[in-house]
Design a protein around this ligand. Structure first.
Ligand SMILES: Nc1ncnc2c1ncn2[C@@H]1O[C@H](COP(=O)(O)OP(=O)(O)OP(=O)(O)O)[C@@H](O)[C@H]1O
Ligand SMILES: [Mg+2]
Length: 375
């Protein structure tokens, strides 16, 4: 399911650049105006964070913020997530179900990755934006109207997509009332020192270990790096350095080669070496569920939906769960601290995002004595 209801309160926009300070005013303006907001920028620049801040600073903050990730879902699923469906309208539609536009009354709906919508979905969304009417999938007429604020985000260049004919111009104009453009980190390097301080402090507390300060040399070096994965890459890199550096300060010599200017800088796809979460993070998330009793929904699902966790990492976590339970998905639900009733929701989420693993493989391993009982 692509619905995420937010109740998080501690959100901060870090950075001292002119851009970031101006951004703070834009967030206030958007929060006051209730108009539609389009947020664009490269991956990891903070689009998700801005959407949450707008919601939190608006009078809608007492109502839910619901996120729909439009990438990687079939039209039927996005349509039913947004507008709901009537019983029998498609194979898995066992009962009438409201969509999130109905479930977030007086709240905010965040359409993430809106640039990935198919032409058909673009048409449905446009119809809704023009009339405000919600027609459930399978219904013969519109049932209700929605009072929600719409925030959309994409890392695509929508002007180019409109020019290429892959994104509808009329939809673009409907979404683009307030347009917040987030420049990449390399175009606002003045933000880097404050972000380094903020995340060092956060991770040193979180892991109760590691250095408490940066040497000026280290800050200078990291400020010269291009950060193709933007703030997300910086955040993850700081976490690694916190876990790996031995002394009280991070020195220039502690900085890995690929975070130095020239090292993999212009190649986002190579950022994984230090920028994006790797097996260590996946293990940490697993530990938080198994040892600290945290729920899958907050620990894994949340980061996955905001793209802080990759599909292969989610699969690695699931694989571990299946190995420990001898391939029993119901036990995985318990192992990952979800109520038993979430079984269907869990499976449908895994299937929707192509993360479902065949349980049989693990059943065989159970026979070889590798399984673990959790119930
Ligand atoms: N100015 C900022 N201050 C503090 N944290 C930030 C800032 N910008 C981004 N972050 C953090 O960086 C991470 C990535 O940001 P976010 O998820 O908002 O990026 P995004 O633009 O939505 O990326 P994607 O296109 O990949 O979805 C998040 O943990 C977010 O909280
Ligand atoms: Mg995002």
């Amino acid at each position: 399911m692509a619905l995420q209801i937010e109740h998080r309160s501690e959100l901060r926009l870090i950075g001292n650049s002119h851009v970031t300070r101006a951004l703070d005013d834009e967030i206030d303006l958007a929060a006051r105006s209730d108009a539609r907001v389009l947020i664009t920028g490269e991956t990891g620049v903070g689009k998700d964070l801005i959407a949450r801040l707008i919601h939190q600073r608006s009078t809608r903050r007492v109502a839910p913020l619901a996120t729909v990730n439009c990438a990687g879902l079939t039209d039927t699923l996005i349509e039913s997530e947004l507008f709901g469906h009537t019983r029998g309208s498609f194979t898995d539609a066992y009962r009438d179900k409201p969509g999130i536009l109905e479930s977030a009354p007086n709240g905010t709906v965040f359409l993430d990755e809106v640039g990935e919508m198919s032409p058909r979905m673009q048409g449905s969304l446009l119809r809704f934006l023009e009339t405000g009417e919600i027609q459930r999938v399978g219904a013969t007429r519109a049932m209700t109207r929605a009072n929600v604020m719409i925030i959309a985000a994409t890392n695509r260049d929508l002007h180019a997509a409109v020019a290429a004919g892959t994104f509808r111009q009329d939809l673009f104009y409907r979404l683009d009332v307030i347009h917040i453009i987030l420049p990449p980190l390399r175009e606002r390097r003045e933000d880097i020192p404050a972000l380094l301080e903020h995340f060092l402090d956060y991770y040193a507390r979180h892991h109760r270990t590691g250095p408490r300060a940066w040497s000026q040399d280290a800050i200078d070096l990291l400020s010269a790096f291009d950060w193709p994965g933007n703030v997300r890459q910086l955040r993850n890199a700081v976490e690694r350095m916190v876990l790996r550096s031995a002394g009280p300060r991070v020195e220039r010599s502690d900085i890995p080669d690929d975070l130095r200017p020239g090292g993999m800088s212009g190649r986002p796809s190579m950022a994984g070496a230090t920028g994006t979460p790797g097996p260590a993070e996946a293990r940490d998330l697993l530990r938080r569920m198994l040892d600290a009793g945290e729920s899958f929904w907050s620990t894994v699902y949340g980061p996955f939906m905001s793209r802080d966790l990759r599909r292969d990492e989610l699969k690695a976590i699931l694989k571990e769960g299946l190995e420990r339970t001898g391939g029993n998905y119901r036990l995985v639900v318990r192992l990952f601290n979800m109520p038993d009733d979430d079984y269907k929701r869990f499976l449908s989420f895994l299937r929707t995002y192509g993360c479902h693993l065949p349980y049989r493989t693990f059943r065989m391993e159970a026979g070889s004595g590798r399984s673990m009982r959790v119930a």
